[in-house]
Design a protein around this ligand. Sequence first.
Ligand code: MV4
Length: 446
Amino acid sequence: MFRRILIANRGEIALRVIRACRELGVESVCVYSTADKDAPYLKLADRAICIGPGPAKESYLNIPRIISAAEMADVDAIHPGYGFLSERAEFAQICRDCKIEFIGPSPEAMAKLGDKVECKKTAKANKVPIFPGSEGAIEDEDEAAKIAAEIGYPVIIKASAGGGGRGMRVCHNEATLRSNIKQASTEAQAAFGNGAVFIEKFLEHARHVEVQCLGDKHGHAIHLYERDCSMQRRHQKVIEEAPGPGIDRRKRDAVCEAAARLIKAAEYSGAATVEFLMDEKQNFYMLEVNTRVQVEHPVTELITGIDIVKTMIRVAAGEELPYKQRDITIRGHAIECRINAEDPDKGFRPSAGKIDTWHAPGGPGVRLDTHVVQGYTVPPNYDSMIGKLLVHADTRDEALTRMARALREFTVGPIKTTIPLQLRLMENSDFRKGGIDIHFLERMLK
Ligand code: MV4
């Protein structure tokens, strides 16, 4: 096991990794920007090192500063958390060059799965269902039009290096497809330094189902079942849950086994999430692979009893996965609400500032992952998530009721949060039925 780990992140995920380190008996070194200098979680790390000013480019995204801190603190490994440098293959490569273990996949596995065209090729070769479309990157308009005529409209243009909905265009006919393809490629080149685009069949009504996977450096890969993350707005998830409501046993096994197959084929080590869209008949199609620990990983921890962050650290240190697939079973139902410092009544405008009132919920089956305490000031520099409220119960219905109860206990002020919206959603009859699609929330807010 490692002696000491540097955490190249901030907020609740930095605290989540500090806690995992403490339980593993590993020292933690947290880096921070001046905007986070008073953050209380820094006191829980064994050491905290300032790496620069508030803007992420000068701190949490600044590779030389992070590597300098790692060298100075003499760490064995770096945990990147999510966001920031977590999915940058160059960063994983620099860590390797500096003989610091990157807690995540190899740069090769990251690059292979992070490139959507490459990822789809690997998926296809391993019988993981994908949307029909171009086999690789599209070279010109005529080629796009020919493929679209075969698969039928609507089609969607995506950037191979894009992700999380960036660089996508839906086309309902040949004219719009032709006029969009070049522009999409030019924009992808400017945004991602890679102009490769591809097209696939566009699915209108779908659920977002993603499968949590774990791999080790000895060729093992398992899945920890799925999460449903359909409750989202502008590609920002608002509520996640596990298992996916109403998914049949056979479909569940099929999607989860497909995801684990892909991770194994990529010789992946660490935590990965394979994203799928699922239609009304529970047919599923792979979208992309996230090569990091995700915000919503705790819902999976609650239903499986497995500590995903500790397992990531163990496999990065070279240990074999301590679980076989048959050890993984689902117990009950878990729901997560992402608590954001935003005002849902004002277009989800960020609501940074000092938190004078913070009464956190508790009691049976409640977990709160947050770096916030009463008196904490939310800095304006970063994303607006201030915590994740989770519940676990025997059934989905009990979990929904428990979440409503916990949200009612939660008092935050004077900043605005998403709590009132999430409380409304817990009482929404369509959500309670289960199986809402990815457009539900935006439809409801209109
Ligand atoms: C799609 C799609 C429909 N058909 N691909 C958006 C994020 C990126 N991961 C892929 N996305 C989509 N890809 C096909 N072929 C619809 C979306 C999509 C979406 C997916 C997941 C969660 C929310 C979404 C919101 C809008 C569109």
